[in-house]
Write a protein that binds this ligand. Structure first.
Ligand code: ATP
Ligand code: MG
Length: 281
């Protein structure tokens, strides 16, 4: 054993290349020896990573995020859900109807493009608007979902992207007493389709937001989804009187946790990674 270890720069580079620093031998006694070991490890890693990337491109593989998007789209169609696609740019007024104004913690996270418009931080305002239009129809239940980008200014980067992909599903007009079970059932369908086995539901009752049912996964209890049921305190602002259940999933969080990873950066939209593979190598 000795005290000599990697330099800061070497550590950064090894991490970049995905080397597990815990399991790599630091059995060297001079800086020159260390640098030689470093160069060997780096060379091997670069070769492996380039081969992975080539393989991905040559075979025209799909990223885990894209594959999950497609799989969930199919499964939800099979479950009778219709896909909707709504605008990414939403209004200040729509956020206001979600009670997201200056006093709300989410307000500071919003990307404004001008006085009255912003990039949506969530799908819920648009989906609420559709709920009202669909509620005029006679058939029940009414089932639909959207998958699309949401944007938030975040301070914690390990579990957050500033642009991420939300899946939000809604089922309206179900018997009041079946809402909880149905929400769990829908949550499980998505969680299992995403390859999660180690996940739990966490229920919270809040006077302001009603009941929320989150899904957390993995040993670190990472939140991957958040669900709600209506009648809900926000419904009146949108003119909704139906019963409903809804759940919003972060697709990058699902990919990250089902891959056994605890950092999100390499799984989302990125110029630095393709399907978790570092591009600048
Ligand atoms: P957190 O407390 O982790 O920031 P949240 O309570 O802000 O999450 P919600 O507003 O409930 O999250 O959003 C629903 C889901 O969207 C979350 O369960 C998570 O999976 C995902 N999500 C939220 N913010 C981000 C983000 N910045 N990057 C990636 N996924 C996110
Ligand atoms: Mg948050």
């Amino acid at each position: 054993m000795n005290d000599l270890t990697w330099t800061e720069t070497q550590i950064r580079r090894l991490k970049e290349l995905g080397v597990d620093l815990e399991n790599i031998s630091t059995d060297f006694s001079t800086p020159a020896q260390r640098n030689k070991v470093f160069q060997e490890v780096e060379k091997k890693q670069v070769k492996e990573k380039r081969a992975l990337l080539s393989d991905f491109l040559i075979q025209g593989k799909k990223s885990l995020l894209d594959a999950l998007r497609e799989k969930l789209g199919l499964i939800l169609h099979q479950q009778g859900f219709t896909r909707v696609t709504t605008p990414t740019i939403i209004t200040r007024a729509a956020l206001g109807k979600m009670t997201i104004d200056e006093d709300h913690p989410l307000f500071k996270q919003v990307y404004w493009i001008n006085e009255k418009q912003c990039l949506r931080p969530m799908l819920a305002p648009n989906l609420y608007s559709l709920m009202l239009d669909f509620s005029r129809l006679n058939h029940r239940p009414i089932r639909f979902f959207e998958m699309g980008s949401c944007f938030r200014k975040e301070s914690d980067g390990a579990r957050h992207n500033s642009e991420f992909t939300m899946l939000n599903l809604v089922e309206m007009g179900l018997p009041k007493e079946s809402r909880h079970d149905r929400l769990k059932e829908l949550g499980s369908i998505v969680a299992e389709a995403s390859g999660l086995s180690d996940y739990r539901f966490e229920r919270e009752d809040s006077k302001v937001y009603g009941t929320t049912l989150d899904i957390v996964a993995g040993p670190e209890n990472i939140e991957v989804a958040s669900g709600a049921l209506g009648p809900h305190p926000l419904d009146a602002a949108w003119g909704i009187t139906d019963t409903w259940v809804g759940m919003g999933f972060g697709l990058e969080r699902l990919v990250m946790t089902s891959s056994g990873d605890t950092t999100i950066g390499k799984w989302g939209k990125s110029l630095s990674y393709l399907n978790g593979i570092r591009l600048r190598i």
